[in-house]
Design a protein around this ligand. Sequence first.
Ligand SMILES: Nc1nc2c(ncn2[C@@H]2O[C@H](COP(=O)(O)OP(=O)(O)OP(=O)(O)O)[C@@H](O)[C@H]2O)c(=O)[nH]1
Ligand SMILES: [Mg+2]
Ligand SMILES: [Zn+2]
Length: 294
Amino acid sequence: MLQGTLLRGIGSFYTVLGEDGETYTLRCKKKIRRERLSPVAGDRVRFVPGEGEEDGWLEEILPRTSQFIRPPVANVSLMLLVAAPVPSPDLLLIDRLLVQCRMQGLRSLLVVSKADLDDELAERLRKQYRGADCPVLAVSAKTGLGLEEVREAMRGEICCLAGQSGVGKSTLLNALLGTQLETGEISRKISRGKNTTRAAELLVTGGLTVMDTAGFSLLELTGVMDPVTLKDFYPEFLPAEGRCRFQPCLHDREPGCAVSAAGAGGEVDAERLARYRQLLQSVREAWKDRYHSS
Ligand SMILES: Nc1nc2c(ncn2[C@@H]2O[C@H](COP(=O)(O)OP(=O)(O)OP(=O)(O)O)[C@@H](O)[C@H]2O)c(=O)[nH]1
Ligand SMILES: [Mg+2]
Ligand SMILES: [Zn+2]
């Protein structure tokens, strides 16, 4: 039996990159399907290679370290959150994605792309995310700025890119990997309808392993979350945690809130805190509705 990583599944055939560096086309044992465990890109699998004209068989899916439903992908360990000067950055989306990553135990890196158009955004975000345990890197696919640093951060990880449509994810991937993924002018994309869904696929090139980005701009907080747990995904709140007048404190507008004080004093970034409260509001609403939505 060999071990490998599932790159993609098309119909009932699965492409697996074996530990020996060879690529195998496999079929999936019914047993696995019966266990309602559909193999997805990123899965570590054990398999028996085929002989001659025979198909090989995928025998076992090893436990997953992380899992996303849309797109279906397992074992991602590093998320590249991409923001750019154009389209203007949706930092609430970035914060949402950051929470999502932390819930799954992934590390994240904030990549500020198109740095050739604006050299201040990265600095601004570096300041905002200083306490957020999320490094910020400025890159430009156009000039090559920062590409080597991003590659360095990606080595040994299964990576994913996420971010608004048009921030340059595909262009960045092409620059990083030397691939030819489809990129587009923002206006053209919107007019023909973005977010074309297709099967997720893992690309492996030059020692880097990354999901092609189909669908990841859609990534959202999945399911419902107890509002009181949202603050646990904000590392910058930690120094003030436990020092609020009321316990538990959601750091929303409660009197005597130490996180509010830290926001006013500049120890916690005021904009991150304001967006936390926006996010908290939507988490609260989803929580209130949790028995109504099926
Ligand atoms: N100036 C400049 N433009 C860039 C850079 N990277 C991407 N662009 C442009 O930004 C536009 C969108 O790039 P894409 O790579 O298609 O964006 P995307 O994030 O993949 O978009 P979706 O696939 O819709 O999610 C294109 O017109 C690119 O040419 C860059 O580093 N500098
Ligand atoms: Mg794209
Ligand atoms: Zn508080």
